[in-house]
Every structure is written in C-alpha cells, then in structure tokens.
Design a protein around this ligand. Structure first.
Ligand SMILES: O=C(O)Cc1cc(O)ccc1O
Ligand SMILES: [Fe+2]
Length: 440
C-alpha cells in the first residue's frame, strides 16, 4: 500500500556516501578544500566521529556554505529557552505510566524547543556516555531560530502532527509513523504542518544510532537500508537576525547570527540526518510457537563497547500476523536487566488492555516486574489461537536501554502520572492449587 509521498526530494540508502548540490558545481571537483571554493562558498567539515575511527565507523561531511559557522555572536547561558529540559536526579524502581503530554502545558505559543520536557537521563554528556528521554509538544514553528545538540544524536518519534524539519543539510518531512535521527551537531529548525505536534525523543550521548546486525536472519528483513532517506542540499540566502540554541553538557546556550545558518549550497559525506517510515519495517517472528524477545523488532541500535549490549535499542511493535500455536501470545511476565521506556504512537498495545494510551508512556526499570495486565492475561489465556492480525492502527515502540534512567521532577509529578497504574496487576489470581501435593 503506497502512501502519498512528500514533494520534498530525498536521497536513499542508510549509511551511504552522498553528494548533493542545490546549484550545480557547488562542490569542488577532486579536492575538499581548494584555495578558492566554487561561487565564493566557504568549505567546512562537520565531524561525527573522531578523525581516527576505523573506516566503517568514520563519519564526516564537507559543507559548502555562504558563510562559515564560526561567524556568530557571543555564547550566553539560556536555561529559559526550554524550562523543562533538565537533568534527571530521582531514582525509583516503581513501574510508572504517564498520561499523554498535555497541550496546555504551555499556555502561550510554544515551539519545538520551548516545548521540550525531559523524562529521565543517565550518564554524562560531557564524558559522552549515556542516554536521555525527552518529550516535545509544540503549537508554533521555530521562526528565525534553530537548535543544535552538542551532546548526542536525537531520535525523534512524532506521535501527533506533521513536521517539516529544516536542517543544514536540507529539508526532511516528518510525520507520525515515521522517525528522524538528527545527529550530534547538525543545526535544525522545526516547522509545524498541523496546528499542534507532540512526540518522543531518545537522545544518545554515546556513539550513534545504527542499523542492527541481522545475524542468522540473513541479508534481508527488519529495516532495509534503502528505506532510510536523507535530505538533498537546500539553501536560503537570508540576511536576518537569527537565534541559535545549543545544548551542551545538558545545559542550554544561545548565540546570534546576522544570517540564516541554512546556507549550505552543496555537501558530500556520510554524516547526515535521516528519516524512516516505520511501516516499511519487515518483522521477523516465531511462526510456530512461543513469544520471541522484542529484540526481533529492533529498528536502530546505539551500541555500547560490550558486544551485544546496546546503550539503547529503538524497538517497534508493528502491525503483524500472530500465528503461534499453544502460546500465550502477548508479551510475557518478566524482569529485565535492561530498562524499558515505552510509548504508543497509535492504537492499542497487546500487553495492556487499557490505560496505555496514544501519546502516553510507561517505564519498567531494571529488574522491575511487569507484563500483561490482568485483563489481557485472562483474555489471552483463553482465546482461540487462530492466526490474528495486529492491525495497521496499532504502533507502539520501546527505548530499551542498558542504563537506568534517573527521572526528572516533572516525570514524578503525580499530575503527569497515571497514579493507578500498578493496580492493573493486582487482580491476578492464584490459579494453581497445589495443596494436595504438599508434604507436611
Ligand atoms: O514489556 C513490554 O511490554 C515490552 C516487551 C515486549 C515483548 O514482546 C517482550 C518483552 C518485553 O519487555
Ligand atoms: Fe518489558
């Protein structure tokens, strides 16, 4: 089922080496930094990995722009730019569930940066290791203002409202059901295509998001490299006062420009933002019996230095057929050494009959017991096991992290929580009656 596509031109191929020019000839031929660049452009390198990383992990892009990034005003602290973007300091192993972020959180006009709310953080962006979970809510576009994050990559999961993301490397359309990754350092601004927008963000301070290995699955399946789309070069030549917001070491700073920073006329390299349509995901699962671990649905991973241990995996629970025989089909009861933050883009999640609503979220931290609620357990224990379809209308996701999230005050405020969450398991009954076998 082909969906209407955006008119914004895009490049395709995860991890490819791209060359794109908004004006033919903007990229110098045969060398990166000639004495004089074509059309009087400035050459600037943006490095996403250390210069010396092995070739397969080496990330950098050459930008050919009207003015170099270095021409900007004095940097000043600007915590007021996003008052709810804070470090997490609270620890609790309790199972938590949140209501959807309220659009009236900010009464006035709120852009994507002003409407950021941190749920939890772990690690230290200044030692470049860790993870953070944020939410955003917005009702206005960023005007003559952009943002960049020195601390890591942002994986953005829109839940409501279409966005047009203008990046230094070009334009990206971003709609619910799709995701974007904006790598560390890339400047961007967010325009709203609808009246309001809301979503989730996973930030990694460590490394970068990448496609997971497929192991024995083979060379196809899950997210295919060709379904990742990158921007073509797109520039504006605007001499207007422009504000740049920078996140650096978890804190916000601001500086001004006298021109638009979206002035890159051509670029070549392999370090760039991208989008991915989650409906392109090709799920692989058990086709006979038992419930597989959710790692089978990993779209992108941010690896740690320990083989097989992710800093965070981005996992989805996509529309699919369930065919397992003599199997309890929803997620099992479990305790996990990883921490699971989940969100719902639309529909219903098969482990939770009610309460986990689109725009809401849940957190099951390291070793905290969780699983299907009592209603789901009852139903799935007795249902007839014919092939059944989790329909197009359902899409949940998980940020599964090896780090334990420290929560912000916002996240622990009962106003934002579903304070009755743990009641969903309390009516689980003892089903076994083993007293006959008891040895006195
Ligand atoms: O807790 C959850 O709902 C996420 C999850 C889903 C699943 O299918 C198996 C394990 C797991 O943690
Ligand atoms: Fe889980």
């Amino acid at each position: 089922m082909e969906k209407p596509t955006s008119t914004i031109p895009l490049l395709s191929g995860y991890g490819s080496y791209f060359e794109t020019e908004a004006i033919v000839g903007a990229i110098p031929k045969g060398q990166n930094n000639p004495q004089k660049c074509p059309f009087g452009l400035y050459a600037e390198q943006l490095s996403g990995s250390a210069f010396t990383m092995p070739r397969e992990k080496n990330l950098r892009t050459w930008l050919y722009r009207i003015l170099p990034s270095v021409k900007h005003g004095k940097v000043v602290a600007a915590p007021e730019e996003a008052p709810f973007l804070t470090e997490g300091t609270n620890l609790t192993p309790e199972r938590l569930r949140w209501k959807p972020l309220d659009y009236s959180l900010f009464e006035k006009s709120t852009d994507f940066i002003q409407g950021l709310v941190t749920v939890g953080t772990q690690g230290d962006p200044t030692s470049r290791d860790g993870v953070a979970v944020h939410l955003y809510v917005a009702n206005s576009s960023m005007e003559n203002k952009c943002f960049f994050n020195s601390d890591g990559d942002w994986l953005i999961v829109p839940q409501e409202g279409g966005l047009r993301v203008q990046t230094e490397l070009g334009l990206l359309p971003l709609h619910p059901g799709h995701i974007a990754v904006i790598p560390r350092g890339v400047k961007f601004r967010v325009e709203l295509l609808d009246e309001k927008a809301r979503g989730y963000i996973c930030e990694v301070y460590t490394g970068h998001f990448e496609l997971p290995d497929l192991g024995l699955i083979g060379s196809n399946g899950l997210a295919a490299p060709r379904d990742f789309h990158y921007p073509v070069a797109y520039y504006e030549e605007k001499e207007v006062p422009f504000t740049v917001i920078q996140k650096y070491g978890g804190q916000l700073f601001r500086f001004s420009l006298d021109h638009s920073p979206f002035d890159v006329v051509g670029w070549h390299g392999n370090y760039a933002p991208f989008i991915y349509d989650l409906s392109r995901f090709c799920p692989v699962n058990s086709v006979l019996y038992d419930h597989m671990d959710p790692s089978i649905f990993t779209v992108l991973t941010c690896k740690s230095s320990v083989p097989g241990l992710a800093v965070v995996d981005f996992v989805i629970f996509p529309p699919r057929w369930m065919t397992q025989e003599h199997t309890f089909r929803p997620p099992y009861f479990h305790r996990n050494c990883m921490t699971e933050y989940m969100g719902l883009i639309r529909g219903i999640y098969d482990a939770k009959a009610e309460g986990f609503v689109p725009g809401g979220a849940s957190l099951h931290s390291m070793m905290s017991a969780h699983g299907p609620d009592a209603t789901t357990f009852e139903k799935a224990s007795h249902m007839e096991l014919s092939p059944s379809r989790i329909g197009e209308e359902s899409l949940a996701f998980m940020f599964e992290t090896s780090r334990v999230l420290k929560l912000t005050d916002w996240a622990l405020d009962p106003k934002h929580l579903d304070v009755h969450y743990i009641e969903c398991w309390q009516s689980l009954k003892k089903l076994a009656s083993l007293s006959l076998n008891k040895v006195d």
